[in-house]
Design a protein around this ligand. Structure first.
Ligand code: SF4
Length: 442
């Protein structure tokens, strides 16, 4: 990305303030920090605008599959390591639907793909795409399969065939949904890129080496259409790790544009396929297409992806407020904890296990865990009291207040601040069910 001084050199330097900044230099600094857009300055000339757009484009091109509310951006990354800046566009996972399947079998297959769905710490994990594969080699069957999939699947999808004529036929019925065409190879490249260009859909290119990738991305660029995703043709996990790292490093560190494209992998099913996806997710893959994926394989994979693509500097949080669990009434106990998502969902799950109705108050601690928030002065009796007052929880119930065992030392102060009996709870969430049952049976 250009520096503030490089941006400044291209600005009109009139300090007119029309961009909302006091000077052109201040605006240049905003641009360098990605807090402003060049369009915010109405006086910059089009030549400078183009130069800035070119210079500030992410080193890995963003390619979007799908359209409207059903689209998945891929690539667009600007860093090599997630501690530098958050990775932007998570790896997408796709499952295959063969065009050998009849309408009923496709319906069952789509139902199965949709059933791979989990709620983890408030986020929904699901399969992102389906890949319709031309196993039959029959254009009519492929087109029918695509039509059947489209009736039941409103998310982005892939057309998988290395026959340009088959793809052309299928695009006649689905190009408005902007599918990814996966099937360009060195042998069919010219025909495939012209079909993709004509229909304005992204194209997956299968090559067999990094050198070949450079040849074909440059060819695509020269053709005036480089909406492409690269399959580097890795022969196994080690290859994926090596090639995708080299490609991403070249794009980001060396600003080598011919390798600055999203990357994808085609894999099978079973443990090796999951390992392939793990490496691809860890090492810059934007899309993994599976032959098949089981629920028990998907959960750890999706969890890994969630960890890679969240900002390590910003804990995942839930909102401060009241979370009633199990229809609590005016005498139900009041529990409270911090707003770090992992803590909230763990505590919530353990309260649910107890079957005891509880009012759960979440206190905003900027996503810090109980002891860290306490040490940082964000989980003391003043903060807790303020959260209780804001939500009005004390008016909802006259039940006891249960303080997390880890901060039992402030129970006296809190009792005084709230004017309500405070019971010391468990230090570990897993003991909540037993403790709640004991309290409510007294
Ligand atoms: Fe400078 Fe443009 Fe901002 Fe005016 S609007 S101060 S010319 S950057």
């Amino acid at each position: 990305m250009p520096t503030a001084i490089e941006y400044f050199k291209l600005l009109p330097k009139t300090n007119c303030k029309d961009c909302g900044q006091p000077t052109c230099l201040a605006f240049a600094m905003q641009l360098a920090n990605q807090k402003a857009k060049i369009e915010d300055c109405p006086h910059v000339d089009s030549g400078a605008k183009d130069t800035i757009a070119e210079a500030s484009a992410p080193p890995v091109k963003t390619i979007t599959v799908g359209t409207g509310n059903a689209k998945i951006p891929m690539g667009g990354e600007t860093v090599l390591y997630r501690h530098e800046r958050r990775f932007i566009n998570p790896t997408a996972y796709a499952l295959t639907v063969s065009d050998e399947l009849g309408a009923d079998e496709i319906a069952k297959r789509i139902e199965y793909i949709k059933s791979i769905c989990f709620d983890r710490i408030g986020m929904i994990f699901k399969v992102d795409m389906v890949s319709v594969r031309n196993d039959s080699k029959d254009p009519a069957k492929f087109k029918t399969a695509v039509e059947n999939v489209m009736k039941l699947w409103n998310q982005p999808f892939v057309l998988e065939s290395d026959d340009p004529a088959v793809i052309k036929d299928a695009l006649a019925v689905c190009k408005a949904r902007v599918p990814l065409v996966y099937g360009a190879t060195p042998d069919n490249f010219d025909a495939m890129i012209s079909v993709a260009k004509e229909n304005k859909v992204p194209l997956g290119i299968k090559v067999s080496s990094l050198e070949e990738a450079v040849t074909f991305t440059e060819k695509a660029k020269a053709s005036g259409y480089d909406e492409i995703i690269l399959d580097l043709g890795a022969k196994g996990i080690k290859d994926i790790l090596e090639q995708q790292t080299i490609a991403r490093r070249a794009a980001i560190k060396k600003k080598f544009k011919p390798l600055g494209y999203p990357m994808m992998n085609r894999t099978g099913s079973g443990e090796y396929a999951v390992m392939t996806a793990v490496i691809s997710t860890l090492k810059y893959g934007s899309l993994v297409i599976f032959d098949d994926l089981k629920n028990y394989e998907a959960l750890p994979l999706f969890t890994l992806r969630q960890n890679i693509y969240t900002d390590p500097q910003v804990p995942i949080q839930v909102k401060q407020g009241i979370y009633p669990i199990g229809n609590p009434d005016e005498h139900s106990p009041i529990m409270f904890t911090v707003n770090f998502s992992l803590t909230y969902f763990t505590v919530r799950a353990d309260i649910e296990k107890s079957k005891v109705p509880v009012w759960l108050q979440i206190v905003n601690t900027d996503g810090l865990s109980v002891l860290t928030a306490f040490a940082a002065g964000k989980f003391d009796s003043d903060h807790i009291k303020a959260a209780f007052e804001e939500s009005g929880i004390m008016e909802k119930s006259d039940g006891v207040v249960i303080i997390p065992g880890l901060v039992s030392r402030i129970s006296g102060k809190l009792e005084e601040a709230l004017g309500r009996k405070v019971i010391v709870g468990t230090t570990e969430s897993k003991n909540i069910p037993k403790h709640l049952k004991e309290i409510t049976s007294q």
